[in-house]
Design a protein around this ligand. Structure first.
Ligand SMILES: [Fe+2]
Length: 454
C-alpha cells in the first residue's frame, strides 16, 4: 500500500550501509513468503483461465510494488523500500492475452508505489520527491522525462483525477527540500498546469490527497520526518505526538489563497476512499484511519492499529469538523469508480486485512455502501488478495456496474492468479481466474489501462 521509496539516495543510506547479504536468516516479515522479491522476467502468452473472461475487458491490468533484490539489512528493512516492479496482464476479446513483469528504472529512479495511465501515457509513481518513470505498453521503462518533462521537481505516488476537466491533482512532499509541500495539477495534455508551494512548520509524511469540486484536501497528520530514525538507519518517519493533526482545504481556483485548516484527533491516513461536497457545502472525506502508526514498529504499517473507514465532515463556513467511523472491517487500499473521484459516490471497494493488526490476512474484499453497510467477498482459505481495481462495464449505467480485478496469492501452492469479480455481487464466486506463470509479490497500487474504443 504503501510506498514511499525515499529516493535512491536515502534508500542507499538505509539499506546498504551495513548488514549481511540479503535475506540471510531474515526475521523480517516483509522479506518473507509473498513479500519476498522475484527475480525472473516473463513474457507469457496463452494463459490458463478458469471461468469466462468478459468480452468487454479490453486493456491492461498493471500493478506496481517493491521488489527488493538489492542487498538489504533484514533488521531495518521497511516494506516501502525496494526498486519497483510492474506486473501486467493484458485482456482482449474475452481472453487473457499475456502476462509480463518488468523492473522500473530510468535515470536512477525506480518508483515502486503506483502506476497510472494519463494523457495516453503510462507512468510509474513514488512519493517523497522521487521522479516518475514513463513506461510503454509492454512495461519497459522509457528514457525520457515523464509528463513531457514539464515537472520542476519530483512528484508523488497518489494522484486524483478530476474527470470533468481531465486534470490530475497531487500533493507532493520531499523531506530533503525543507518545510514545504507542493500542490501540482497536470492537465489532460499531460503537462504541468499548476504548481503551488505550501510552507509548513513540520515535515509530515503525506501519502495521499483528495479533491472536491472546489478544494484539494491536504493531510498534515501525526507521522512526520524523524532525523533520529534516519541516523539510526531506519525508515525515517515516525509517529509524532507533538504534531497537531489537521486537514487543509486548498482553493483549487486560486491555490495561492491561505489554506483553511481543520484540527482533528491524532491519526494517520495513507489512503482516501473519496471526498466530495454535499448540498450544504460541507466537505465529506471518507478515508482509512489509523489510530497509531510507526511509533514502536519501524519496518512497516502493520502491528500498531488497524485501519477503518472513517468519515470527516468539514464545514468551510463554520470551521467545524466531525469524525465518525463508518465500518468495522479492517481494510486498506480503498478505491472508487475511477471517473468519480471528487464527486459523490454510492460505493467503494477495499482489501480486507483481518482482525490481527500485526498479521494481515488479505483474505477478503470489501464493498462499502453509502448507507453504511458493507458486502464481503471471502477468498479461499489459502488465498490472499491485493488492492481491488474497479473496471466499469462497457456501456454501464449504474455506478457499481463493472468488475473488480485483484492479484491473488495462493499460500498453499506458492502461485498467483488474477480474479475477476462481479462488483454488483460480491457473494458470488469469481467470474474468472487467470493463472500466472510466477507468484506476484504483495505490492501496492495499480490501474486498469483501457484500450481506446475502435
Ligand atoms: Fe498508497
Amino acid at each position: 500500500m504503501y510506498h514511499l521509496a525515499i529516493g535512491k539516495f536515502f534508500d542507499s543510506i538505509i539499506e546498504n550501509s551495513e548488514g549481511p547479504l540479503m535475506f540471510a536468516k531474515s526475521t523480517n516479515p516483509y522479506l518473507e513468503n509473498n513479500y519476498a522479491p522475484v527475480s525472473a522476467t516473463f513474457d507469457t502468452a496463452d494463459l490458463t483461465c478458469e471461468g469466462v473472461i468478459p468480452a468487454d475487458l479490453n486493456g491492461l491490468m498493471v500493478r506496481n510494488g517493491p521488489n527488493p533484490t538489492q542487498r538489504v539489512n533484514p533488521k531495518r528493512h521497511h516494506w516501502f523500500l525496494g526498486d519497483g516492479m510492474l506486473h501486467g496482464v493484458k485482456f482482449a476479446e474475452g481472453k487473457a492475452v499475456s502476462y509480463r513483469n518488468r523492473s522500473v528504472s530510468a535515470g536512477g529512479s525506480t518508483p515502486n508505489t503506483h502506476v497510472i495511465g494519463h494523457g495516453g501515457r503510462i507512468v510509474a509513481l513514488v512519493e517523497a520527491g522521487g521522479a516518475p518513470v514513463e513506461v510503454d505498453h509492454e512495461l519497459n521503462s522509457l528514457d525520457r522525462p515523464a509528463f513531457e518533462g514539464s515537472l520542476r521537481r519530483g512528484f508523488t505516488a497518489h494522484t486524483k483525477l478530476d474527470s470533468v476537466d481531465g486534470a490530475l491533482h497531487a500533493v507532493c512532499y520531499d523531506f530533503k527540500r525543507g518545510y514545504q509541500l507542493s500542490y501540482l495539477a497536470v492537465g489532460a495534455d499531460n503537462r504541468l498546469q499548476t504548481h503551488q508551494d505550501i510552507s509548513l512548520s513540520t515535515k509530515p509524511m503525506v501519502h495521499d490527497c483528495a479533491i472536491t469540486k472546489r478544494f484539494v484536501l491536504i493531510f498534515d497528520l501525526s507521522v512526520t520526518f524523524s532525523l533520529n530514525r534516519l541516523i539510526r538507519r531506519y525508515f525515517p518517519f515516525a509517529w509524532n505526538d507533538k504534531h497537531q493533526a489537521r486537514i487543509g482545504l486548498l482553493n483549487r481556483q486560486d491555490p495561492s489563497q491561505p489554506i483553511q485548516w481543520f484540527e482533528i484527533a491524532p491519526c494517520y491516513i495513507f489512503h482516501a476512499l473519496n471526498a466530495y461536497e454535499n448540498n450544504s457545502g460541507e466537505v465529506i472525506l471518507d478515508a482509512m484511519r489509523y489510530e497509531r502508526l510507526f511509533d514502536t514498529v519501524k519496518i512497516g504499517p502493520f502491528g500498531e492499529s488497524s485501519p477503518f473507514l472513517t468519515r470527516w465532515c468539514l464545514n468551510p463556513n463554520t470551521g467545524s469538523v466531525t469524525e465518525t467511523q463508518l465500518d468495522d472491517h479492517a481494510a486498506e487500499f480503498p478505491r472508487v469508480h475511477p471517473q468519480l473521484e471528487g464527486q459523490p459516490t454510492q460505493f467503494g471497494y477495499a482489501l480486507g486485512i483481518g482482525d490481527d493488526p500485526s498479521s494481515p490476512d488479505f483474505n477478503t474484499i470489501v464493498k462499502y455502501h453509502q448507507d453504511g453497510s458493507a458486502e464481503i467477498h471471502t477468498l479461499g482459505q489459502y488465498e490472499m488478495a491485493s488492492e481491488p481495481i474497479f473496471v466499469a462495464k462497457s456501456g454501464s449505467v449504474r455506478e457499481d456496474e463493472g468488475y473488480l480485478l485483484s492479484y491473488v496469492f495462493d499460500q498453499r501452492e506458492g502461485t498467483s492468479h488474477v480474479i475477476i469479480l462481479d462488483a454488483q455481487d460480491l457473494s458470488a464466486k469469481p467470474i474468472a481466474r487467470v493463472m500466472l506463470p510466477q507468484r506476484v509479490p504483495f505490492g501496492f497500487h495499480g490501474s486498469w489501462i483501457g484500450e481506446p474504443s475502435p
